[in-house]
Structure formats: C-alpha cells, structure tokens
Design a binder for this molecule. Sequence first.
Ligand code: CMC
Length: 435
Amino acid sequence: MVKQHTVTITDNASGKSIECPVYEGTHGHPVIDIHGVTKELGFFTHDPGYATTSSCSSTITYIDGEKGELLYRGYPIEQLAEKSSYLEVCYLLLYGELPNAEQWEDFKNFVKRHTMVHEGIRRFLAGYRPDAHPMGILVGTVGALSTFYHDALDVHDPDHRNFSAIRVIAKMPSIAADAYKYSIGQPFMYPINSLGFVENFLQMMFAVRAEPYVPNPVAVRALELMMILHADHEQNASTSTVRLAGSSGANPFACIAAGCATLWGPAHGGANEAVINMLQHIGDPKTIPKYIERAKDKDDPFRLMGFGHRVYKNYDPRAALIRQACHDLLNDLDSGGSLGPLFDIARTLESIALKDDYFIERNLYPNVDFYSGIILSALGIPLNMFTVMFAMARSVGWISQWTEMMEDKDLRIGRPQQLYVGAARRDYVDMSGRK
Ligand code: CMC
C-alpha cells in the first residue's frame, strides 16, 4: 500500500477540513483513508451496501470490473482454468504461490489424510428431515464441525489455523456428498484417496456400494473448471461475512458456516438454482421478450437471474468460460440432448438482453451463475444441490481470506456505524397511559 497524495474533505457548515491520505494498491481504484473523519469532523461516512467502501487490504484476488478481468494471486483466471487443477488453485489461494513439486506432494497428502468426516457427523446429519434443503444441512453441519474438531481451534496459533484450513478444504466435498446421499436415502460413501480431488467428490455423490463407479473424465474436467472459477471472488457478501464473523475471534468453522448462510440467498450463490427455475419457467424462446419486459418493469419484482453484478460492468470472465464449457459438455455427454433446449433458451435470452437499451445502459451482462446451472445439470447434480456446489468450491476462498485476516496485525473487530432515523429520545409510558 503506497501513499500517493491526499484528498481534502471540508465541512462547508463549520469550515473545518481534514487531509485524508490516498493509497494506491497493485491494481485498481485507489482508496481514501477516512479514519480521521469522525474524530476531526464529527461525521460517519454513509454507504449502504458498502458499494464504495474498501473493507480491508488483501493480496488474494483482484477483479477489474470494467475490463472483465479476474486474477487469483496475480494469475489470470483463464490461464488457471486451462492449465491448473482445483486443488492446485487451493494451494495458490491459501499460500500465495503455486507449489513446487515437493510442496505439491505434501499438500495433496495432507488434504487426503483429512477427507473423511467423524462418524458422529453422519449421525448428526441423520437428525435432519430427509426433505430438508441441502444448503440448510450444509450451514448446520459446517457450523457443527467446531464441535467435532476442537483440537485445533486456537485462532491465534498459525499451525491450528492451517490445520483447520486443510480440514475445511478436505471435508467440504464429503459433507456436501453426504447431504445429497441423505436426501435421497442412499448409504453414505467414503472417500477413496487414490482418486483425484474432484473425481473423489463425484464418486461420493454418484457411486453406490453395490456397483463399481468410474467417473467420466469429461465430467471430471467440467467440474474441475467450475470449482476453479468459483474458488474465490474477493470481498463479496459471503466472504465479507466470513471476515466479519472472524474479526470477533470466532472459530473458522463457525465463520465458514456464516459464509454458507450468506451464499444461500438468491442475489448471491442461490442465483444458479434460480436461473434454472427461470429458464424452465420461460420454457420456450418465443416467450423470452415477455420476461425481458418484466425484468425492466420496476413494479415487477422479477429480475433476470444470472444477470448483473456489483463489480463487473462487462462480461463476467467466468461466465465466458462456463458458456464455452457448456457448449463442449453438451456435445460430449449423453445428457446433452435433454439440456440442449435449456441452453438454447439461455443463449437466446442473453443475445436479446445484450441488445436491449435497458441492459446496455446499466452494463448488465451474464454473471457466473447464468450458465453454471446447465453444466451442473449435465453432470447430474440436482437443482437443490447447486448452491452447495458453489459453497464447496468457495470454501477455499473463505478460509484463505479468513487466514489472511487473522495474520493481519492491524485486525480490529468489524463494526459498522449507522445513521439512526428512529424515534427521538422519549420517556417510558405505563400501559394504562398508552393508546
Ligand atoms: N435484471 C433486471 N434489472 C437488473 C438486474 C437484473 N438481473 N440486475 C440489476 N438490474 C438493474 C437494477 O434494477 C438497477 O436499475 P436502476 O438503476 O434503474 O434502479 C440497476 O440495474 C443496478 O442494479 P443494482 O440492483 O443497483 O445492482 P447491485 O450491485 O446492487 O446488485 C446483483 C447486483 C447481482 C444483486 C443484481 O444485479 C441482481 O440481483 N442480479 C440477479 C441475481 C444474480 O444473478 N445474482 C448472482 C450474482 S453473481 C454471483 C454471486 O455473487 O454469487
């Protein structure tokens, strides 16, 4: 962080001024340090939705929303998507560099040793209703990890932090697959550590004990891509939640559970499920104009799901990669035929929206969730598991951001201010005197 110059903020009523330092990062918008504003001028800054507020400095992920660029630790997402694997991206996000051969072997082995979950977790899972939404199961079960793995919960001990991070990365696929197996009444599968990380997840999801299971390499590569693209996305709502929870010193599993809960909403990770519901609802390319009109109508709560983004004012680079992967996957997989019409509706919807002034003026483009549901459907993942898939992939981003925050010597508890607009001070009235 380099101080460049200062910005003067003047209160025109009192004539008082304050010089605020401006800091420049490696890329992106500089920030004004407004620390002194309250002390010197007596104001809080007001920024609902934190749209113009930088809440931390971070070395992990960079997004250029105008260009449509996404970097993990400086590496373009396109290069990682083509050349890397999800587990290697986990190492990169967590430790800051790509691993050398020895580090890679150690890391893979460390993760493998922790893919199993405590048997008590499976009994815990069995307490849920079988028709419970798997995201509800995930939120509860991830939070419960702190009751099973409390041997390494000293958040001030770097070894404990690293151990918990590995446990999060290793166990999220097992918990996600268990939540699915429980919902369909099949016995849980155990991890097979001779398989790759992504293959292992597919095995735990789709294998049954009665038969051998060989993951389809096309499906493995498609899921690998999806997981790389979802691994981190700087200070989005769920990641900021993880940081806020962690800033109080809460244990990492509790913080990741809070991140899962935030991700669940349809404006965030729940959008992938909402997109498929919307495409199925549209049903026929001929009805698309009607839905476009509804999305533009301010009196109608309907929005084009999978469209728009707080940061991207250009095509989301992840959506571009997923769109291409969708095309390839539907050609390669048997299920492609049945999903083809949905993909056609999505592509037609995109091309109509991108020519419409409403979407052009507001820079609304497809985001990561627009095509991801089609890939997940092609892989046989049921609709109610979509956000669980997102959470599983994002867990490494959450734990990396949490680790970075805990290593920050300037860490303070997160505590926003407010503009109070409620009743002015008044005196208590006895019940007999109330209207
Ligand atoms: N359909 C129709 N209009 C939209 C849409 C949309 N999907 N998205 C934004 N707009 C309009 C919005 O009504 C507003 O119009 P106006 O300026 O006339 O009031 C303008 O575009 C700016 O939108 P905003 O709501 O102020 O933008 P935001 O940054 O607060 O919200 C968003 C971003 C992603 C929540 C929003 O675009 C949205 O609800 N999209 C649909 C849900 C979705 O796809 N979410 C996934 C996001 S990406 C993955 C993730 O984060 O998990």
